[in-house]
Ligand binder design. Structure first.
Ligand SMILES: [Mg+2]
Length: 270
């Protein structure tokens, strides 16, 4: 187990998942604000990393600020923004993207200068990329458009593959992974996955802060996304039990899903 002293000494960058860690539904989690303000007062970099792509970084920064945690868009990494960074690195500026997703994803994609073909735009043949994320208006026509573009040679990219979307009172809704699975089935193509448990989005956070994995800690509430991504990326991993994982599940995790540390609440880290 890593003790607080060692963790605070070695970790310059603290990456926090949002849902289940900083808040749950509309409620701030116990000690989230206190820990974040404490880390900032020690001069540590605090960043937020969410697999959700439906909202933009701007929207998350406003939400966090309204919860008493002053945050800028630069403090936030979403799988949608990471997808935009990936596309930029692929030289996608000026190219055409068809997306299954919501307005927050559009804003991030458009911010790097790709042309986002929307559902109301007439179908066209020259689509370079199909980006698939959470879409609460998902339907057969969108699936057919994505299928056609990928079969015609467009690159298939998934913002994330979360099977479920946790909501209040422990209930869940279908997550982005359901739309990705539909497109995968329709095309027999494998997507490039950007969000956790893949390491792309977390590596982009390391890069933006200039921190190495060894001097970074990721705090999450899911073993199969947050902890797996953190371990794969070489960071310290902390599982907090205020989200979707029980102590029993956390303690029986093996391999790359095993967190370095399990805490009941964020207060234990202070
Ligand atoms: Mg979470």
């Amino acid at each position: 187990m890593i003790r607080n002293g060692a963790l605070f000494d070695s970790a310059h960058l603290w990456i926090l998942d949002l849902d289940g860690v900083v808040y749950r539904g509309k409620e701030r989690q116990p000690y989230a604000r206190e820990l974040i303000l404490h880390l900032r007062s020690l001069g540590r970099a605090v960043r937020f990393l969410t697999n959700k792509a439906a909202h933009s970084r701007d929207e998350y920064s406003r939400l966090l600020t309204s919860m008493g945690i002053p945050t800028t868009p630069e403090d936030v990494m979403t799988s949608g923004y990471a997808t935009a960074l990936y596309l930029a690195s692929e030289g996608a500026t000026g190219k055409t993207v068809y997306r299954i997703g919501e307005s927050g994803l559009d804003r991030e994609l458009e911010s790097i200068g790709v042309r986002v073909l929307k559902d109301e735009d007439s179908p066209e043949d020259n689509i370079d990329y199909v980006v698939v994320g959470m879409d609460r208006q998902f339907n057969y026509e969108k699936l057919a458009r994505a299928q056609k573009a990928i079969l015609n040679g467009a690159q298939f990219i998934a913002t994330n593959e979360d099977p479920t979307l946790p909501i209040e009172n422990g209930a869940v809704l279908p997550g982005a992974g359901c739309m990705v699975a539909a497109v995968r089935t329709a095309t027999s193509a494998e997507p490039k996955v950007i969000g956790k448990p893949e390491t792309y989005s977390i590596e982009k956070v390391f890069e933006s802060v200039g921190a190495s994995p060894e001097e970074s800690v990721i705090i999450g509430d899911r073993l199969d996304t947050d902890i797996l991504a953190g371990n794969r990326a070489g960071a310290h991993t902390v599982l907090v039990l205020t989200g979707v994982t029980t102590r029993e599940q956390a303690e029986s995790a093996v391999g790359d899903m095993k967190p370095d540390r399990i805490v009941e609440t964020l207060g234990e880290l202070m």
